[in-house]
Design a protein around this ligand. Structure first.
Ligand code: NAG
Ligand code: NAG
Length: 226
């Protein structure tokens, strides 16, 4: 009876902790270079593994992060993602990277990565960055913002799933490189997810959620979100 309860306790503990701490699984093989054709029957992240005999150094290379991105857009930002789709050799390795380029006053708008913690390294310029902690990390300080102005050579961490942003507060272009502990971190952009969804979220619902009027929501929904 007691042993049975103990086993039940262990099962519940395992279920709870696997939900709380789920992350990319540890690799079971050296690599699974992502491949979109049915060359092999083994799937990882929805990709087939390329036949190892056909894998070349080229599969582990992504080029062009040294080239300046075009920041002439309404946000004044340009992100170059190197996730599993851009670098097939990343598949299965639990890492990814992105280059963040911001024109003066450029913004990488509030967003979250559901599957990865993030660490950014500021290479050039001045960035105001921050994240809002998930509740209830500190019951006395709900929705606490952890924000800081960063200069070249500095590194900042964004916890997995936390809403965060980067904003160029300097007079020159700013560049940072971010790394993730997932090959497929995912991106949820708060404004475009809620106001640019297809089909649209009910504006009455959003008006209530944001404590604004329905007309303002309809205006936001009429804009182009990228
Ligand atoms: C980012 O820069 C690249 C290279 O200039 C450009 O092709 C791409 O359209 C830019 N992205 C945005 C969102 O402006
Ligand atoms: C950058 O993008 C803008 C808007 O799409 C475009 O007008 C401009 O020619 C681009 N600049 C470069 C250098 O490609």
């Amino acid at each position: 009876m007691l042993a049975g309860r103990f086993v039940l306790f262990l099962v519940i503990l395992a279920a709870v902790s696997s939900v709380s701490y789920a992350a990319d699984p540890d690799p079971l093989q050296d690599f699974c270079v992502g491949f979109n054709d049915s060359e092999s029957a083994v799937l990882v992240n929805g990709k087939f593994c390329k036949n190892p005999e056909h894998v070349t150094p080229h599969d582990f290379v992504y080029s062009g992060l040294d080239i300046a991105g075009n920041t002439s857009n309404p946000l004044g930002s340009n992100l170059t993602q190197v996730f599993q789709d851009q670098l097939p050799g990343l598949n299965h390795q639990g890492v990814a990277t992105v280059k963040i380029e911001l024109a003066p006053k450029g913004l990488n708008p509030p967003h979250a990565h559901p599957r990865a913690s993030e660490i950014i390294f500021v290479y050039q310029g001045t960035m105001y960055v921050g994240f809002v902690a998930a509740n209830p990390s500190n019951p006395n300080l709900p929705n606490k913002l952890y924000a800081k102005i960063l200069y070249p050579g500095q590194v900042y961490v964004f916890p997995r799933g936390a809403i965060h942003f980067q904003y160029n507060v300097g007079k020159t272009r700013a560049v940072a490189y971010a790394s993730f502990n997932s090959q497929n971190p995912g991106v949820v952009r708060i404004a475009s997810s809620l106001f640019g969804s297809e089909p649209p979220v009910d504006p009455v619902l959003l008006a209530k959620a944001f404590q604004i009027d329905v007309k303002s929501v309809e205006y936001l929904q009429s804009l182009t979100w990228t």
